[in-house]
Write a protein of this length. Structure first.
Length: 779
């Protein structure tokens, strides 16, 4: 019934939107698809400029572009990150389809590290947007030899790691659950492996990543702070090829190529760690029987029916396993996306997708045959989305669409086996919610110097039955409950989220930008750790929980120097958030039917300045960034209702990333990270109550952990390959934490054995210096 409703709403919206489009006859269209010459992969973000008109377009996620211009003779400049620029001279008398293939740049035109050209930095209306190429990531130092996309994201200005070794990150003072992470448009709820030391992204399968830190497109919503879009490769359309790597802790293998013809391509990629294989070599029986590993599987197939229709189906499966004689623990993600691209005309393009996403974990206790338990948790999303792009004329590009999401949360099930009483089970009822959104965005060229992007996103979120909802008094005590039937609306919210971006060109090499974005969040995360763990719980907005909201304002100055060799930027931002959620002291989060009573609500804000300098060409490439920021919360019932630091308030962060070509085939990479320590609440005393000594804590987040700093280096050697030999290889040698600084992972407080009233702090750290070696290959 719910999916029928989604389809009906989508159909009606599409019909009304299409009927509103009035074709124009005074312009002709130049459109086409741009691909990589070597493998036939569609290229995202290629800039196609009409030099005489000082206008142009960028290719979308399918490599498609469209420009409406008057008849005439033009010079077309086509440029892209790391590829040779093409200059074309054409005489347009009628609409023309111009498909192109681009070749990798020569040595004199080295790959850009971040962004894709002057147009993205200077000419785009979107600000607070960053990209890092996969080839750049491969030459960077890596923990245990495994280059990680999320670890690279944590090196971008405005982004901070949630903790040592963690894949979770905070953007501009936001929580780790306020980042929408998409893999081929399917949400990933926990992007970590091995407690956060690795992420779920296998770089061999990844084609493109884009991070939006504030100016999130109106086509996406549901999170307050950021959007991270990750897209997998489509597969080589010209020949069968492969790539992989063998490291000290993991190995990976990828195969891709055409099926029967270049109309159908595939890619299959797998990765697995093998710590468990080494454990089996131990003579200690307790160690020998342990299991500890994770794996990732990516697969994608796409078929081109004709010049106007293409279908993609992609899938991801990843799981972690830890088992010993006393404890069993597993968790993982699954995602499937089916996408249809259709070209109605050279002015109108559509992308319709259906995806499924699931996160689950399972914890088993086997300490005693007399008393065991099995705890299970899961959440699932079914998502239908349709996106349309209509190029009205050279000044107007209209984007509009619909998104429908059906959320199902399985809050938990515990089954216990007790020798005395037998088997018992505690099952929390499922939670259901539906989220419908419509959006529209207009990118308008007001004049030669002014570009405007205005967007609007309207969302209706409904928490629905079947379920029981508790009612609370002013002291958050449950006083009674209300039972709702299946499909009955418990609570519905309507939120309108405007977006606005303005770009003023000061000259050809510099611009000033300003943006405003209203965002809302309807799914929240409950965690006993600020960094997030696999045992996190998600809950929906509803009768007792308002959706979180955020107003973000940003301004920035952007300038390119020395023919785009140096790119600089300064961005200032201010975020005002309402209905911010925190937990009362000593909150009980696990298997709690009255979880809403543990929550406290208030407001928060964050502000800061981000400075970045990038060198994008030559033997030395990289970036230096400094961010100053401050984030603060005021929550009723927490910290005596007084303001306190946000869990991710880190005023100063410095990132230095460099890659230097020592000689042909030999690259030296280095990164340096400095960040103010994370806020923490300390026990400052003890009290005796009923003969029991209890800790007395400081104000919330009144102290800080020690400042964090680390330097990593790597050396990548690419042996000279024989021209006719298809096998190519490279060696990567990395040293993580070169000077072995002991960065705090946690601070534990233990009672003095001689005096129970004295508490001692003990710092736990994870890593000193860690060397690694990885052999990478492709054929």
């Amino acid at each position: 019934m719910i999916f029928r409703l989604l389809i009906i709403i989508s159909f009606l919206f599409h019909v009304s939107a299409l009927s509103a489009i009035v074709p124009t006859t005074d312009k002709i269209s130049l459109s086409g698809t741009i691909k990589d010459h070597a493998n036939g992969e569609a290229l995202i973000g290629v800039t196609v400029n009409i030099c005489e008109l000082r206008t142009g377009a960028a290719t979308n996620q399918s490599g498609f572009y469209s420009i409406n211009i008057p008849k005439g003779k033009y010079t077309i400049e086509v440029s892209y990150l790391g590829y040779q620029t093409q200059i074309l001279h054409i005489d347009l008398t009628t609409s023309k389809k111009l498909d192109l293939e681009m070749q990798i740049a020569t040595k004199e035109m080295k790959e850009v590290v971040i962004s894709s050209k002057n147009s993205d930095l200077i000419e785009s209306t979107t600000m607070s947007k960053q990209q890092v190429s996969i080839n750049t990531m491969r030459k960077m130092p890596a923990l245990m030899g495994e280059v990680d996309l999320l670890k690279v994201v944590q090196l971008l200005p405005g982004v901070v790691s949630a903790g040592e070794g963690s894949s979770s990150f905070s953007v501009r003072g936001g929580g780790v659950d306020q980042n929408l992470i998409l893999l081929d448009d399917a949400p990933i709820f926990n992007a970590s492996h091995m407690m956060g030391f690795f992420s779920v992204f296998n770089n061999d399968a990844i084609r493109n990543m884009t991070l939006y830190k504030g100016d999130i497109p109106a086509s996406y919503g549901g999170r307050l702070s950021s959007l991270l879009k990750v897209q997998t490769k489509d597969g080589n359309s010209k020949k069968l090829s492969g790539s992989g790597g063998i490291g000290l802790i993991s190995s990976r293998l990828t195969l891709d190529g055409p099926l029967d013809s270049d109309k159908t391509t595939f890619i299959v990629s797998g990765r697995r760690t093998y710590a468990d294989m080494f454990l089996k070599m131990s003579h200690n029986a307790d160690i020998k029987d342990n299991e500890l590993y994770f794996y990732d599987l990516n697969a994608k197939i796409n078929h081109k029916f004709d010049k106007n229709n293409r279908v993609f189906i992609s899938a991801y499966l990843g799981n972690d396993f830890f088992n010993n004689s006393n404890l069993g623990f597993s968790f993982g993600n699954a995602a499937v996306t089916a996408r249809w691209n259709h070209l109605f005309s050279q002015k109108l393009f559509s992308n319709i997708s259906l995806n499924y996403s699931r996160f689950r974990y399972n914890l088993q206790s086997k300490y005693s045959t007399d008393n065991n338990f099995d705890w299970q948790y899961a959440m699932r999303d079914f998502n239908l989305r349709s996106d349309f792009t209509y190029v009205s004329n050279p000044r107007h590009t209209l984007k509009f669409g619909y998104t429908g999401i059906y959320h199902i949360l399985h809050p938990g099930k515990i089954t216990s086996e007790n020798k005395a009483v037998g088997s018992t089970a505690l099952l929390l009822p499922n939670v259901y919610a539906i989220e419908n959104s419509l959006y529209i965005t207009d990118e308008y060229k007001l004049s030669e110097r002014v570009l405007i992007k205005a967007g609007l996103r309207s969302t209706c979120f409904a928490d629905i039955g079947k379920g029981t909802v508790y009612n609370y008094d002013s002291n958050y005590n449950a006083i009674d409950s209300t039972v709702y039937k299946s499909g009955q609306i418990i609570k519905a919210f309507l939120r309108v989220s405007p977006r606005l971006g303005i770009n003023y060109f000061i000259d050809d090499n510099s611009s000033f930008k300003a943006s405003y974005a209203r965002t809302n969040q309807y799914l929240q995360m409950a965690s006993n750790s600020t960094a997030g763990t696999p045992l996190d719980l998600w809950f929906t907005s509803g009768k007792n929980v308002q959706p979180q909201g955020c107003h973000q304002f940003a301004i920035g100055y952007f300038r390119s120097l020395f023919t785009n060799t140096i790119e600089t930027s300064v961005e200032l931002f201010y975020k005002r958030m309402h209905h911010t959620i925190d937990f009362k002291d000593h909150a009980r989060l696990i298997m709690n039917q009255e979880l809403d009573g543990e929550l406290r609500f208030g407001n928060s804000y964050a502000y800061g300045a981000e400075f970045q300098l990038q060198k994008t060409k030559g033997k030395l490439t990289g970036w230096i960034s400094y961010t100053y920021s401050h984030a603060q919360c005021t929550i009723n019932g927490v910290n005596d209702n007084q303001p306190y630091r946000s869990p991710f308030d880190r005023p100063n962060t410095i990132y230095i990333v460099g890659n230097y070509e020592l000689q042909k085939g030999l690259y030296f990479g280095s990164t340096f990270v400095y960040a103010t320590g994370l806020p923490i609440t300390y026990p400052v005393g003890r009290m005796e109550l009923g003969g029991v000594i209890l800790p007395v804590y400081s104000k919330r987040n009144a102290y800080r952990m020690p400042d964090y700093h680390r330097m990593d280096v790597s050396l990548t050697w690419v042996p000279r390959s024989i021209k006719k030999r298809k096998w190519k290889s490279e060696w990567n040698f990395s040293l993580y934490n070169v000077y072995g600084h002991k960065n705090a992972w946690a601070i534990n407080f233990v009672q003095d054995q001689n005096d129970p009233y004295i508490t001692k702090a003990k710092m736990t750290y994870l890593f000193t210096a860690i060397p690694s070696i990885t052999y990478n290959f492709k054929f």
